[in-house]
Design a protein around this ligand. Structure first.
Ligand SMILES: Cc1cc2nc3c(=O)[nH]c(=O)nc-3n(C[C@H](O)[C@H](O)[C@H](O)COP(=O)(O)OP(=O)(O)OC[C@H]3O[C@@H](n4cnc5c(N)ncnc54)[C@H](O)[C@@H]3O)c2cc1C
Length: 284
């Protein structure tokens, strides 16, 4: 596999990136870490004469806390998130999830923005960030991540539009968060995430998300509802939530298995994940 020739343009500002993308039109693509895009070019699944590298755009980088929200620049690598002191202090579950993404070579160059913009259905960050009610700032405006991720390899971005940052509301103190995955090959075959709040032994808040089994990661509000108002120790409620999550996962048959098989994976992973999130609150 050889990489076909292309011209690389290193944009330093948002305006410069927009000008280049406008100038070269359909023959140009945005590139950041290149772990997905360069692979597509090598395999001949895409062809562009011009790549506009956005890594050098300063405002797209860095991680900061802002009014109770963690703002992560689109060009931040998985490794930077995994090792960020701020993330470790404010949202350790995010660092833990990032530690499990791909391998260290991919994590060193692959970015959060690239992961979400590629919209591969097999995404760890998409699943966890949905459970955390994350939003994105992009050229199409500020929107919920659930609206940004339109479908497999499709986002709300139009051609030439850029993702700037990902905004994660910091959960209330005492919120338990967990992410679980199963991989047979490089990419995850099933991902689940849960964020739960417990007050005096009763679940008062729950957000469950599942991904990597269907066209895109999804929030499962039916599972949330099965948990809210129940005791944290209620195993029947947990089993019900896991079953509802499996049914709503949108699992499709592919090389990772049949729909029934994937739904079973989701059931098991949701039970484990919610249990881990409840344990994280200290209520189990
Ligand atoms: C071997 C391997 C294993 C992997 N395992 C996992 C895994 O376990 N879990 C997981 O979640 N992911 C996994 N991945 C995916 C990995 O997370 C992504 O490859 C990486 O995060 C993509 O980021 P990038 O910067 O390299 O994207 P690029 O390849 O640079 O870009 C990807 C796409 O996003 C667009 N884009 C990038 N940045 C922007 C922006 N700011 N605005 C608009 N469009 C943009 C590009 O045009 C392109 O279409 C794996 C990948 C590989 C190669």
């Amino acid at each position: 596999m050889t990489l076909p020739p292309f011209e690389l343009h290193r944009a330093r500002t948002v305006d410069e990136a927009h000008e280049l993308l406008e100038l070269y039109g359909e023959d140009a693509a945005v590139v950041c870490g290149g772990t997905e895009l360069l692979l597509l070019l090598k395999l001949g699944f895409a062809a562009y004469g011009h790549l506009v590298d956005v890594k050098g755009i300063e405002e797209f980088g860095g991680i900061r806390a802002e009014n109770g929200t963690l703002v992560i620049g689109a060009t931040t690598t998985h490794r930077q998130i995994e090792r960020s002191r701020l993330v470790h202090e404010d949202l350790p579950a995010l660092a833990e999830m990032e530690r499990e993404v791909a391998n260290v070579r991919v994590r060193n160059v692959g970015t959060l923005g690239g992961n979400l913009c590629f919209s591969d259905p097999h995404s760890d960050p998409a699943t966890l960030l949905l459970a955390l009610d994350a939003e994105v700032d992009c050229d199409a405006g500020r929107m919920a991540l659930s609206d940004f991720l339109v479908g497999p390899y499709e986002t709300a971005l139009g051609h030439g539009q850029l993702l700037r940052s990902v905004r994660v509301p910091l959960p209330d103190p005492g919120t338990g968060i967990a992410h679980r995955k199963l991989s047979f090959r490089e990419r995850p075959a099933a991902t689940v995430a849960a964020a739960v709040e417990v007050d005096e032994g009763t679940v008062v808040g729950a957000r469950v998300a599942v991904g990597s089994v269907g066209a895109r990661a999804v929030r499962v509000t039916a599972a949330d509802e099965a948990l809210i108002g129940k005791r944290a120790t209620d195993t029947a409620a947990l089993a019900e939530a896991a079953m509802l999550a499996a049914e709503s996962s949108g699992a499709v048959e592919d090389a990772n298995g049949s729909v029934e098989y994937k739904e079973q994976l989701i059931r098991v992973l949701v039970e484990r994940c919610v249990t881990a999130a409840l344990a994280d609150t200290g209520s189990l």
